[in-house]
Write a protein that binds this ligand. Structure first.
Ligand code: EPU
Length: 419
């Protein structure tokens, strides 16, 4: 096993490059299997465990896949199975995209229920509602989702909740449905637009991604294409918050500043300086950042995936901050770990009240999930003394080269093996 050992208290200065977006890549790789002709060449793929997991899964289904140096080459003409049942499938949330992709391609899918971060109940009723509306018969038995249809027929689908996963999944299935599918009350996250752009590059006809209504005119087949994944909004936000927390001056490169506006706005409200410049955002911290209130919301609101790193910053900001986590009911597992380091936080259901303290102190803590892991790394960077973060396999699922990127900015983080 490995842990991160962080010698805290060093300001962060300099610049780093942000990788391709995890939540776009883990949807685009399954989407590539819909192509029945040609090869997909996809750049800016982040080097993270979730990507390697999807790589193994689609290889197991018969695709030829090679991912090297952030580029993926996928030949899915050899795809020969609709049955996704490996251990990897159960490990990660995004394997639910195989249902939409396989249903689109073969009109049949059998996929083990996906795992992912323990951040609350993660139903897929809206995915199922969408597939059924397209004409599929869907069953969920013993942790296995089976979906099949003689043919998929376009229709109007109004989602009851705004769901990233359901929006993408139903979009995947509908690309090859007969006629027009209209999806209403959809998610608008940057990776929704990215997946739609990727599908359109393969020959799909999708309009409206990034707005509340997506219209998909079914086509007969998808073909290979060349594509580049957008930068990771959440990774960028994590480094921006770390810069503010450590009293630093950091430029994050290879970003789309528009995607970061809700995060930049909060940092500015707290007293940090945020300067946008083309594809970069520079964060200059101030000594006295003040606490703020945050409510997590679907895009363009403040992203739930940045809530945990942000809560670390609020621990050392002056005054009282209130976080309302409106997306996931159980996304405060990192709070107990922050308290071990001297933070003053009370959680009541979906509300966390944070009273700023002067400093955090190094401690042995745990990454309870992916973004909680990032929150603990930032806590270690701020803290006096040494912090050890265990269970870092969660962090490796979503943050490429985390210790290298922070060390390039002046941090002192070592990855250490232990048994
Ligand atoms: N929901 C339902 N029914 C559904 C689907 C969702 O009630 O059928 C509810 C969920 O319980 C939740 C809300 O709708 O309360 C939003 O869930 P959503 O479907 O948008 O989440 P997801 O697709 O499972 C993705 C990301 C998460 C991110 C959320 C919200 C991936 C692989 N995961 O999850 O990312 O928190 O969207 O933006 O894209 C992370 O990267 O750390 C992470 C957890």
């Amino acid at each position: 096993m490995e842990k991160l050992v962080i010698n805290g208290g060093k300001p962060l200065c300099g610049s780093i490059d942000i990788s391709g977006a995890k939540n776009a890549a883990v949807a685009i790789l399954p989407a590539a299997i819909i192509a029945s002709k040609g090869t997909c060449y996809i750049d800016n793929i982040p080097n993270i465990e979730d990507v390697h997991c999807i790589e193994r899964i689609i290889e197991n289904l018969g695709c030829k896949v090679s991912i090297k140096d952030n580029s993926a080459v996928i030949d899915s003409t050899t795809l020969n199975s609709y049955n996704a049942n490996s251990e990897d499938v159960k490990k990660m949330r995004a394997s639910y995209y195989l249902i939409g992709a396989l249903l689109g391609r073969f009109k049949k899918a059998r996929v083990e229920m996906p795992g992912g971060c323990p951040i609350g109940v993660r139903p897929i009723d809206q995915h199922i509602k969408g597939f059924e509306a397209l004409g599929a018969k869907v069953t969920l038995e013993d942790g296995v989702v089976t979906a099949e249809a003689d043919k998929l027929i376009g229709t109007n689908i109004f989602f009851d909740v705004v769901s990233v996963g359901a929006t993408i999944n139903v979009m995947l299935a509908a690309t090859l449905a007969e006629g027009i599918t209209t999806l209403e009350n959809v998610a608008k996250e940057p990776h929704i637009v990215d997946v739609a752009n990727f599908l359109n590059s393969m020959g799909a006809n999708i309009k409206g991604a990034g707005t509340d209504i997506i219209r998909i005119t079914g086509v007969e087949e998808l073909k290979g294409c060349s594509y580049s994944v957008i930068p990771d909004q959440i990774e960028a936000g994590t480094y921006m918050i770390a810069a503010a927390a450590c009293g630093g001056d950091v430029t994050v490169n290879n970003v789309i500043p528009k995607h970061l506006e809700s995060i930049s706005a909060k940092l500015i409200e707290m007293g940090a300086e945020v300067i946008e410049n083309g594809e970069s955002v520079r964060v200059i911290s101030s000594k006295n950042l003040k606490g703020v209130n945050i409510k997590t919301l679907p895009y363009p609101g403040f992203p739930t995936d940045v809530q945990q790193p942000m809560s670390t910053l609020l621990c050392i900001s002056t005054g009282t901050s209130i976080i309302n986590e409106s997306i996931w009911e159980s996304r405060f597992k990192h709070v107990d770990e922050l308290i071990k380091m001297g933070a003053c936080i009370k959680v009541d259901g979906r509300i966390a009240t944070i009273v700023g303290v002067d400093k955090l102190k190094g401690a042995k803590v745990e990454a309870t999930d992916l973004r909680a892991g990032a929150a603990m790394v930032i806590a270690g960077l701020i803290a006096e003394g040494v912090t050890e973060v265990i269970n870092i396999e969660h962090i490796d699922r979503g943050y490429p080269y985390i210790e290298n990127k922070f060390n390039k900015l002046g941090a002192d983080i070592k990855r250490v093996s232990y048994s």
